[in-house]
Design a protein around this ligand. Structure first.
Ligand code: C2E
Ligand code: MG
Ligand code: MG
Length: 556
């Protein structure tokens, strides 16, 4: 029997006991015996435990009280050596009682361990998100000002992906240690999950949190050494202080928004929450909802701008350019919503619609005309891109070589290796790749070598120029001749005058696009033009006369 047991008769004399009681209460022989009064037994036990007379009396009175009650009484007694005994007193109908003693120390320790695990992160030993939320609530209820610093490790994912999770884990442990060194005694450090950490502080002055944020950012600019690897990460921080009657949800949201701004500002910096950030975030959310609705309601439309082969000026194809027919705002230009859709990720859904719609349209045109689709850097990184391209081509029965994807240099450079892989797969399928707006990004010759391209589109800032812009002309000449050597087509963007066109022909540019040759037009017009052309065999010329071209096309 693992329980200690003492039977007390109605006259408070011990009627029975077992050996286990002596072990549990560290009794010596003679401390407990059949026929011994309860008072004497408790006095003996008290002596072993170092109780004074008053305490012994209190304990005895308690026993008398428990025995006089009808219900069973249970209590847990914590001994100085850490042992926890559960003592149970079950009164008997005749006035006596059964006392049982149970050692629950291990059970309680296991429970404490479970609680610790529920509130701490096993890897770093830091309190976790649950602790954080409860701590913020607790502090807000008792302290006039609470500061929250949200932290995010920069480039942590890359470390995990390239060096493996064991190195990632070790890096997190070192990061926690570095935070402990950087923070002050009263600052509480938490790991919220992944590479997200947070500091809870009680600011004494307004810029307490900003200073701490900056110190942390500075501390993380020193490289880490893990398993012989020198690892450069960084840290972004967002700080918010509680305002009047603020709840924990709002405070954490503000710190999160400040962190979001820190990341948007290029990471590796600390940003404090400023009034207006919340409103901006709400506006961003509204746009997101708007974009979702727009896609569901068919508010997006593609316009098509013709591209002409030079020097004979035959129609080569069209570039698809998205328009948003917003029910309240009217027609919205891509530059006013594409960056927002990139920010909130909606561009992948919109882009997938664009691919499908452009292929649907191209299927209505003669087979030698291509359609060019702009692909955002965000789409380029999305794993579904290749499947979406294949699906659009197959659904509408369009030959892959009639689809050209336009990417900016920025899109190609970010995450270079993965992008190069995607580009190669696309080219293997037979889809063509164009570099858009060449000259405005990195304009690195290495990109022309590393990424196999079918076309370079020279940005209109080099085309749409005054006659004496010698520098711009020199750029066009150099790019054209280099592209010729590499068997890459060139397109001049933004041709607005006859003179510009003549000059491009002289420079040996392959293709031209611009208001002078044709503005973007709706799909019905584009299709009408190509059919008129194939029926009459007359090359369609869409040249502007004044603001209107031959088809009366002026864009809304
Ligand atoms: P982009 O791909 O460089 O497209 C050319 C832009 O220049 C178009 O503006 C076109 O209307 C304009 N343009 C063409 N010829 C001339 C000219 O002679 N003079 C002047 N001043 N402008 C000319 P748009 O349609 O406003 O598109 C702007 C940008 O939005 C595009 O630049 C492209 O980067 C992006 N975009 C358009 N559609 C999409 C799309 O479906 N998906 C994505 N991700 N981006 C798109
Ligand atoms: Mg383009
Ligand atoms: Mg362009």
């Amino acid at each position: 029997m693992s329980n200690g047991l003492i039977l007390v008769a109605s006259d408070s004399i011990i009627g029975l006991h077992n050996e286990r009681v002596c072990e549990l209460l560290h009794l010596e022989p003679g401390d407990v015996a059949i026929g011994m009064p309860l008072a004497e037994f408790l006095a003996n036990a008290g002596q072993r435990l170092g109780w004074d007379d008053a305490r012994v009396k209190r304990v005895l009175d308690n026993h008398y009280m428990w025995m006089s009650q009808e219900d069973e009484m249970r209590l847990e007694h914590h001994y100085d050596d850490g042992t926890i005994l559960r003592i149970c007193c079950r009164p008997m109908p005749d006035g006596g009682a059964i006392l049982t003693y149970d050692d629950v120390s291990e059970e309680r320790a296991a429970q404490a361990e479970m609680t610790h695990l529920a509130y701490h992160d096993a890897l770093t030993g830091l309190p976790n998100r649950r602790s954080f939320c409860e701590a913020v609530d607790r502090l807000l209820a008792t302290t006039p000002q609470v500061g929250v610093l949200m932290l995010d490790l920069d480039r942590f994912k890359a470390v995990n992906d390239t060096l493996g999770h064991a190195v990632g884990d070790a890096l997190l442990v070192q990061s926690a240690a570095r935070l402990r060194e950087t923070c002050r005694d009263n600052d509480l450090i938490f790991r919220l999950g992944g590479d997200e950490l947070a500091i809870l502080l009680q600011p004494k002055k307004r810029d307490d949190g900003d200073e701490l944020g900056q110190r942390i950012v500075a501390a993380f600019s020193t490289p880490f050494m893990v398993d012989g690897h020198t690892i450069n990460i960084g840290c972004s921080a967002g700080y918010a202080v509680s305002g009047a009657d603020e709840n924990s949800g709002v405070l954490m949201q503000k710190a999160d928004l400040a962190l979001y701004c820190a990341k948007a500002q290029g990471r590796n910096c600390a940003v404090r929450y400023e009034t207006g950030m919340m409103e901006k975030a709400i506006a961003r959310q509204r746009i997101e909802a708007d974009l979702i609705r727009g896609l569901e309601n068919g508010e997006f439309e593609l316009h098509y701008q013709p591209l002409y082969l030079l020097p004979d000026q035959k129609l080569a194809g069209f570039e698809a350019l998205i328009r948003w027919n917003h029910p309240e705002r009217g027609r919205v230009a891509p530059l006013d919503f594409v960056p927002l859709a990139e920010e909130n990720g909606m561009i992948t859904k919109i882009g997938s619609w664009v691919l499908d719609e452009a292929c649907r349209q191209a299927a209505l045109w003669p087979g030698h005309l291509h359609v060019a689709v702009n692909i955002s850097p965000v789409q380029m990184r999305s794993p579904g891109l290749v499947t979406e391209v294949l699906q659009a081509l197959q659904t509408h029965g369009v030959e892959p070589n009639r689809l050209e994807l336009e990417l900016t240099e920025t899109a190609m450079v970010e995450d270079g290796q993965q992008i190069a892989q995607t580009l190669q797969t696309l080219r293997e399928i037979g889809v063509r790749i164009a570099m858009d707006d060449f000259g405005t990004g990195y304009s690195s010759l290495a990109h022309l070598r590393d990424f196999k391209l079918d076309r370079i589109k020279i940005d209109r800032s080099f085309i749409n120029i005054e006659d004496d812009a010698v520098g711009a002309l020199a750029v066009v000449r150099a790019v054209t001749s280099m592209a010729n050597d590499l068997s890459i087509q060139t397109t001049a963007e933004g041709v607005e005058t006859d003179e510009q066109l003549t000059r491009l022909i002289a420079l040996g540019c392959n293709t031209a696009q611009g208001y002078f040759l044709g503005k973007p037009m709706d799909s019905a017009t584009a299709t009408a033009i190509v059919h008129e052309w194939s029926e009459t065999n007359v090359v369609p010329m869409l040249r502007s006369s004044g603001s209107m071209n031959r088809f009366g096309l002026t864009e809304a």
